[in-house]
Write a protein that binds this ligand. Structure first.
Ligand code: 13P
Length: 249
């Protein structure tokens, strides 16, 4: 039996406002306090950069941690619009999502850049949540496992020391924001593949989250699978009761 602690991370994406965040986070803290006794899952939220101070202030005495949705591979300098690991660390961030499919698709991030971002995060004491996932066309072409392997290759090549400081997330692109969740069996097939790559990388106990239309109603059946260690949640993380419902699952 694995000892991996369940982890549920909310990825707010480009959503929220000061007023909405205040409401969502204070509701979450209340629900979390009420649930604390019987809930073993670790909870985190990844907010847009301008709100990190607000998130840090509201969550500072809670068991919920926070992170950014991306981070630069560079330490400082002429990189307009980017945010460094040291900057995130100043806000008390525990996490940085790297390689989300929306960054890969809209910002041209390849797996080598993703690996360098993960390495930078680790060097600065922040845990990268490294996302991988195939498109619908890749799945239909029978290339899912091949795509996952190639996306993970430069990341796992960072070596066991680095990989044991990461969380991985499998997010099939066709399941993100579409209401189409991978079935627990489809997800487990890919998670088992990722687990085998982690075993080869000498980091067998790293947590692998599933993401893509996770809701309170489907979370339990996903979490029942051996290699699914939690969830990376988009839409449902914006509603406190939905997000807490996933954590309770
Ligand atoms: P949804 O939960 O909205 O499908 O988003 C998943 C995701 O991309 C989390 O990073």
């Amino acid at each position: 039996m694995s000892v991996r602690r369940r982890l549920v991370i909310g990825n707010w994406k480009m959503n929220g406002s000061k007023a909405e965040n205040e409401q969502l986070l204070s509701d979450l803290v209340k629900l979390q306090n009420a649930a604390a006794a019987n809930q073993a899952a670790e909870l985190a939220v990844c907010a847009p950069f301008p709100y990190l101070q607000q998130v840090a202030d509201i969550l500072k005495d809670s068991a919920i941690s926070w992170g950014g949705q991306d981070v630069s591979e560079h330490a400082k300098g002429a990189y307009t619009g980017e945010v460094s690991v040291a900057m995130l660390a100043e806000f008390g961030c525990a996490w940085a999502i790297v390689g989300h499919s929306e960054r890969r698709a809209y910002h041209g991030e390849g797996s080598d850049v993703v690996a360098r971002k993960a390495a930078a995060a680790i060097a600065g004491g922040i845990t990268p949540v490294v996302c991988v996932g195939e498109t619908q066309a890749e799945r239909e072409a029978g290339k899912t496992l091949q795509v996952i392997s190639s996306q993970l290759e430069p990341v796992l090549a960072l070596g066991a020391d680095a990989v044991t400081k990461m969380v991985l997330a499998y997010e099939p692109v066709w399941a993100i924001g579409t209401g189409l969740t991978a079935s627990p069996e489809q997800a487990q097939e890919v998670h088992a593949h990722i687990r085998s790559l982690l075993v080869q990388a000498d980091a067998p106990e790293q947590r692998v989250l599933y993401g893509g239309s996770v809701k309170a109603a489907n979370a339990a059946s996903l979490f029942a699978k051996e290699d699914i260690d939690g969830a990376l949640v988009g839409g449902a993380s914006l509603v406190a009761t939905d997000f807490q419902g996933i954590a309770n699952a």
